[in-house]
Design a protein around this ligand. Structure first.
Ligand SMILES: [Zn+2]
Length: 236
């Protein structure tokens, strides 16, 4: 358990670094981590997640610039994957669950910062889940087509990055689970929007949707038997 707790933030940091690179090559896997601002190679001590952020008070050691809070938030939330793995009743392979959890976490933080998603992450997830044997080709094709029609009809209401993430999930998760995530995303996102409009008294809002997809995934993972109304669990 302790090893897993140490490994989760390290895995998150690695994935979060991948989201920020412009061109993905195998050379990246062998490269040392660099400072986001001055590109100086980071020392081994600075690579220790959470501890490093606290010790340096959220600043870089090399150029004293403020680090993004996404690092420490993501490193802390990465440990939540252990809760999902230990308590979920989802009929999905553990490796696939971990992959979805970590990719949605990095994409959610990236979406909050940039209102976009790096396209190479969904592609990596799609290829990896295909190799892991969790792939629903026909279902994914039909839902992806439907999602694109929805995007065309609701232009400017939903981002294309969000459509791509839902399309990805439709290829790698059974339909019931995919549908519950889709439904809960719009339910939680809708409630948040109403709350925001009432609180700010403004209709000018732009919310990143991926954090809600991440929340919906976690709710479904932890409450699946309840959300599925006690129905038969789909075998994979
Ligand atoms: Zn620096």
């Amino acid at each position: 358990m302790l090893i897993q707790l140490i490994l989760c933030p390290i895995l998150f940091s690695f994935l979060y670094q991948i989201t920020n690179i412009k061109a993905l090559t195998f050379k990246f896997l062998l490269m040392r981590s660099k400072c986001d601002f001055c590109q100086k190679t980071i020392s081994w001590l600075q690579l220790i997640p959470i501890f490093n952020f606290i010790m340096l008070r959220g600043k870089t050691q090399c150029c004293n610039r403020k680090l993004s809070n996404s690092y420490v938030i993501g490193e802390l939330l990465s440990c939540g994957s252990l809760i999902i793995l230990n308590f979920t009743a989802l009929p999905v392979k553990s490796a696939v669950l971990l992959l979805i959890y970590f990719s949605l976490l990095v994409l959610a933080l990236y979406d909050i910062e940039t209102y976009s998603i790096p396209i190479h992450i969904p592609i990596i997830v799609l290829i990896t889940t295909f190799i892991l044997g969790s792939f629903y080709f026909l279902q994914g094709c039909f839902i992806t087509l439907f999602l694109h029609l929805m995007f065309y009809c609701c232009k400017n209401r939903i981002g294309y990055g969000d459509i791509l993430i839902f399309a990805l999930l439709s290829f790698i998760l059974p339909f019931t689970i995919f549908f519950l995530i889709l439904w809960l995303t719009f339910l939680t996102g809708g409630c948040f929007s109403i709350f925001y409009i009432v609180l700010k008294r403004s209709f000018k809002l732009r919310i990143p949707l991926v954090p809600f997809i991440f929340c919906a995934f976690n709710i479904v993972a932890l409450c699946y038997p309840f959300l599925n109304m006690g129905g038969d669990i789909i075998e994979y």
